[in-house]
Design a protein around this ligand. Structure first.
Ligand code: ZN
Length: 346
């Protein structure tokens, strides 16, 4: 196995992400980021990776995906110090800086990848972003960082951007933002049913974007074999066919068997295998930290992705899903208006 040089791996982080804190115990807590940092350090070495403090996002970067009215509303709320936008989603005095830098970090990573300054990136971000829609904060998310990054790539000349969302929850915000845009392929693997209740297998995008949202909705109890089956039969063939200039991964780690918020049963190796199989497509790829609420699972799984970034490869789990999982994946394939044609060879 060729070990790649870690200076071709961009690591985006910022101390301000630690200061986004709820006034009461909350699963989306600063210790998560320390666990993720530890995982990446274990994989890349103490000084491994090309380090970048996340810069502030410019207004022009945010308005590509969020409405001006929402940004204004959010700005006013965040200026008030601390509070909640809904029962799940809190903010503190540092949240304004954290979300601006998290979004800006994504833009900077896309810029570095498209200029060839790095081959891959891992973004150690808090809060997560994939539930935030164009005009609504929800599910711990205020700005949609991966969407902001994808939109900046398109604005910078990329023809096609793929977003792979393996967080256990459907990335409803990301899908809604690009629902009608065939330049963005959104592929989500998530537990069904589960919060936020979107991402059914037959939700394939709308208008010109029909066929460019792919939702693999898996039943509770699904393990790595189901993800492996979905990767082999849907995710990887679909990505090859789309031929993206850039792959952005909404990398939540809450589908891990240790995670307290959901009932999928992935193990640590599956994350490394999924990351490796995406990196083997040979496209610049950035991993954005989304959810993941068990600290041990988070550290170990981020380390597994880190080892994949360095070139280490482990095989996807054996392709032996249970019938209920095979059926779930088959429903997604059957609903896809693009795959399934006569030339579908993967
Ligand atoms: Zn999640």
């Amino acid at each position: 196995m060729i070990k790649l040089k870690s200076d071709r791996i961009l690591v985006v982080d910022d101390p301000c992400f630690d200061r986004h804190v709820d006034v009461r115990p909350h699963p989306e807590r600063p210790e998560r980021l320390d666990a993720a940092r530890d995982g990446l350090r274990v994989a890349l070495g103490p000084r491994g990776g090309q380090r970048l403090d996340a810069p502030w996002a410019a207004e022009e970067d945010l308005v590509r995906v969020h409405s001006a009215a929402y940004l204004q509303r959010l700005e006013e709320a965040l200026a008030s110090g601390a509070g909640r936008v809904d029962a799940d989603t809190y903010f503190s005095a540092a949240t304004r800086e954290a979300v601006r830098r998290a979004a800006g970090g994504g833009v900077a990573a896309v810029d570095a990848l498209t200029r060839g300054k790095a081959d891959s990136a891992f973004l150690l971000l808090r809060p997560p972003g994939h539930h935030a829609t164009a005009d609504q904060a929800m599910g711990f998310c205020l700005l949609n960082h991966v969407a902001v990054a994808a939109a900046s790539a398109l604005a910078g000349g990329a023809a096609r951007v793929a977003i792979v969302d393996w967080d256990v929850h459907h990335g409803n915000g990301t899908q809604a933002i690009f629902d009608r845009d065939p330049r963005v392929l959104f592929v989500s693997l998530h537990q069904w049913p589960l919060y936020p209740g979107t991402g059914r297998w037959d939700d394939v995008g709308r208008g010109d974007g029909r066929g460019f949202s792919v939702n693999v909705a898996l039943p509770p109890g699904s393990d790595g074999a189901a993800h492996a089956h979905a990767f082999r039969t849907i995710v990887l063939p679909r990505l090859r066919r789309f031929a993206p200039d850039l792959i952005l991964v909404s990398a939540g780690f809450d589908a891990h068997q240790r995670d307290p918020l959901a009932q999928l049963e992935l193990d640590t190796d599956t994350y490394g295998a999924m990351a490796g199989s995406l990196l083997d497509l040979g496209v610049p790829t950035a991993f954005f930290l989304e959810g993941g609420y068990d600290l041990v699972a988070l550290e170990e799984s981020v380390a597994a992705v880190g080892r994949a970034l360095l070139g280490e490869r482990i095989a996807l789990p054996e392709d032996r899903p249970r019938d209920i999982e095979r059926d779930a994946v088959a429903r997604t394939a059957a609903a896809d208006p693009i795959v399934g044609g006569p030339d579908d060879g993967g």
